[in-house]
Design a protein around this ligand. Sequence first.
Ligand code: AMP
Length: 211
Amino acid sequence: MPPSPGSAPVPAPAPAPGSRLRICVFCGSRAGSSAAHARAARQVGRAVAERGHTLVYGGAGSGLMGEVAWAASRAGARIEGIMPRFLFGREAPGEAPPQDFTVTDTMHDRKREMLGRSDAFVALPGGYGTLDEVLEVVSLTHLGHMDKPLVLVDVDGAWRQFARLVREVRDRGFADGQERDLFSITDDAPAAVETAEREWARRSRLRGDAA
Ligand code: AMP
């Protein structure tokens, strides 16, 4: 979301009945160098479906994004994909599973949609796009403009350096607060969605949302 001065915090969307959430997954549009990445992506996609949630993602058929989406789809999840038109040739939406597909004009529009309509975020390993999305959630959360869980799935230590960097930013006095309020980190890919659910419930309780 554009952090314009004085704008209202991003509201936490009301959960659907039974606490079914929109879980947004950030991950690489490429497959990465290890089969462990794709395995974790499929585990996360399947968990989104099996726990009754909707998958929100970038709409791609390529890389880990495609792996998450196909695993979620095969396990019966509803999927919402969002992609700017100029990426069609690059991220192969035609190879993605059936989904509610939204076309945006710009990358920023896409990110705003993904951040705005989701209840929680799960990040697998990825490239610069994934880093950008994760950092956007972290920075908006730190500013108090967002209050939604972010779970980093630490496949083979993929997020270790990022977590260290966040700690260093705080230790140097450029940020404050607890890491837990910015993100959770786990190497247990199948359990990442449950971690997001628990954190979502904790935040709801802290805000005093109606049950
Ligand atoms: P990557 O991790 O680089 O493979 O990208 C993951 C997803 O993020 C892809 O769908 C990219 O199109 C998208 N992406 C790339 N750069 C950005 C950016 N600056 N802001 C938001 N999304 C991006």
